[in-house]
Design a binder for this molecule. Structure first.
Ligand code: SAH
Ligand code: MG
Length: 224
């Protein structure tokens, strides 16, 4: 089951695409010691290897910096890997709030944020994201949201995000391609929910969206 980092370059990608991914990774998405250790630790602790790839993390960090994000909300912390990339895209007084339902994941992520030196910029809120979002209702708008929790709720998370991301802010979501299942006819509940999510993003009058074809596809929309 354990995948090496290279295997986690999309397995259905043709050889040239894999080499191009390695090119991007080698130039722009180099993991420092902390990120490398977090990835290794996540595997050693037997957590599911669902974290984003380095070039996806670096793309998210790039996007955060493009819009000058100061407040980012993440759904789905796991062991903190994506959160570290995002937090490092924030200014010193910026804040990443990240939501996680699994208490063990949250505890491990807490250790990893400390290891990566971003703990003071990150708040983890435990619990099912839908419930937490309802409590965040009155909080001021976010500059950027990154959705990477339970895919079945992505359409609902999108509705929330549209109301809570500032004009000019970004709504992003991982796994827009679902490993290729979006086009190869696979039809589990996650594919159906992802399709609904992408259609809603594409159709919404206040969103200008796209899928950035890095890794498993990052859906991204700017709020007008
Ligand atoms: N973003 C992480 C990977 C997240 S994996 C990274 O790239 O490093 C998905 C995570 O979402 C898991 O840790 C899972 O426990 C969490 N999750 C699943 N359903 C959730 C829910 N309803 N609310 C909050 N978190 C949830
Ligand atoms: Mg994901």
């Amino acid at each position: 089951m354990a995948h090496t980092l290279d295997e986690r370059i999309m397995v259905f990608d043709p050889p040239v695409q894999r080499e191009l991914t390695r090119l991007v990774r080698g130039l722009f998405a180099v993991e420092d010691d902390a990120l490398h250790r977090v990835r290794q630790n996540t595997r050693d602790l037997g957590l599911p290897e669902m974290q984003i790839r380095p070039e996806e993390g670096q793309m998210l960090q790039f996007l955060a910096q493009v819009i000058g994000a100061r407040r980012i909300l993440e759904l789905g912390t796991l062991a903190g890997y994506s959160g570290i990339w995002l937090a490092r895209g924030l200014p010193d007084d910026g804040l990443l709030t990240t939501l996680e339902v699994d208490a063990r994941h949250a505890q491990i992520a807490r250790d990893h944020f400390a290891l990566a030196g971003v703990a003071e910029r990150v708040t983890i809120i435990e619990g099912p994201a839908l419930e937490t979002l309802a409590r965040l209702e009155s909080a001021p708008p976010y500059d950027m949201v990154f959705l990477d929790a339970d895919k079945e709720n992505h359409p609902a998370y999108l509705d929330w995000a549209i109301e809570h991301v500032r004009s000019g802010g970004l709504i992003t979501a991982h796994n827009a391609f679902r490993g290729g299942l979006m086009v190869t006819g696979g039809a589990d509940g996650k594919v159906a929910a992802t399709r609904e999510f992408l259609r809603a993003m594409a159709a919404h009058e206040r969103l200008t969206g796209t899928i950035i074809p890095v890794g498993d596809g990052i859906a991204a929309a700017i709020v007008r």
